[in-house]
Ligand binder design. Structure first.
Ligand code: AQP
Length: 333
């Protein structure tokens, strides 16, 4: 499946429920990027266990996430779709990269600090070295482009630093990846706390719309979403609640925020929210129907995962072999 297109890699950890934030900030863009790039899309299950997971639930969520990727329009004929734990090279390279990374660099990672606060009884070493596994995910595939949200900037920077350090010592082994940020919808905010990002692992499910939410649930969540004082449907820094809803409306309907505002001059929040909920329901309906169909044919999903893992392994092994040679390991006969 390797082509001459630039390589793009992205992944989501199978924790919580995929939300319209993930759709707008990641999945929707991935679908479009398949035409221009040689894409690898991963469900990063090894990252997920940095936070305690219920094993049965993790397994079913992993399969569900793959089905949701497919239902959103990821095409296994165009892209390589796989689960991180199916490709051994990720952890093998992560170990080696760890030997080229300084403690001081890992100590600076804000996500480690944030997650340690969130899970104070489980501050494990995996959480601390998570950026090494992410660097391995990226560097194994000679990735050109990594689409990321604001919160992943630091992880891409450390990946680049490690790759440059390794290349300086051993010659050009790794491609130095570039980040790319979605222009609109880089950050969809929580429905009840619009100062925070909409988070798929939020313990209060009313903070997000999940891709698999039933229509009545979506309607309720949008109805109870925080708006601000005033009545105008207008984007403003002082009105984060309504601004967020306008952003969601705009990206999902494909019109600009200004057009959304113009369409709602003189109308109230209730009307806007009713229309927004209907629009989200309609937008998610085909995706949900496709998801249900896919989940009735799990053998098909396993077949895609098998092919994806084979292709990813083949490509990853090429890089890993170079790395083994450079660091001085005897290659197996
Ligand atoms: N609210 C959002 N707005 C725009 N984009 C978003 N993304 C996530 N939330 C929003 C994009 O989706 C991809 C996956 O990001 P993630 O934060 O949901 O999950 P993760 O990085 O795979 O794992 P975490 O941080 O370990 O997730 P949690 O805390 O949920 O368990 C990214 O491309 C992100 O930009």
């Amino acid at each position: 499946m390797k082509t001459n297109k630039p390589v793009l890699l992205s992944g989501i950890s199978p924790s919580g429920n995929l939300t319209i934030g993930n759709y707008i900030g990641a999945l929707k863009n991935w679908v479009e990027m398949q035409e221009k790039y040689d894409c690898l899309f991963i469900v990063v299950d090894m990252h997920a266990i940095t936070v305690r997971q219920e094993p049965g639930l993790l397994r079913s969520r992993c399969l569900s996430f793959i089905a949701q990727y497919l239902a959103c329009g990821i095409d296994p004929e165009k892209s390589t779709l796989f689960v991180q734990s199916h490709v051994n090279a990720h952890t093998e390279l992560a170990w080696i990269l760890g030997c080229y990374t300084y403690m001081g660099e890992l100590n600076r990672m804000t996500q480690f600090k944030d997650k340690s606060k969130k899970h104070p009884t489980n501050i494990n070493a995996g959480l601390y070295v998570y950026p090494l596994l992410m660097a391995a995910d990226i560097l194994l595939y000679q990735t050109d482009i990594v689409p990321i949200g604001d919160d992943q900037k630091q992880h891409l920077e450390i990946t680049r630093d490690i790759a440059v350090r390794f290349n300086n010592l051993h010659g050009k082994v790794f491609k130095i990846p570039e980040p790319c940020f979605p222009k609109i919808g880089a950050r969809i905010m929580s429905l009840l706390e619009p100062a925070h990002k909409m988070d798929k692992s939020d313990t209060n499910s009313n903070n997000y719309v999940a891709l698999l939410d039933e229509p009545s649930i979506i309607t309720n969540k949008i109805k109870t979403a925080v708006t601000d004082s005033g009545t105008q449907i207008k984007t403003s820094e002082t009105k984060p609640g309504i601004s967020n809803l306008i952003a969601i409306y705009s990206v999902l309907s494909g019109i600009t925020p200004k057009e959304v505002e113009n369409n709602y001059i003189g109308k109230n929040y209730m009307t806007f929210k009713k229309d927004l909920a209907e629009m989200i329901v309609e937008k998610l309906r085909p995706l949900q129907n496709e998801y249900k169909k896919l989940m009735k044919n799990k053998d098909y999903i396993y077949e895609i995962l098998k092919k994806g893992a084979q292709e990813a392994t083949r490509r990853a092994e090429e890089t890993l072999k170079k790395v083994y040679e450079k660091v001085g390991f005897i290659l197996p006969a």
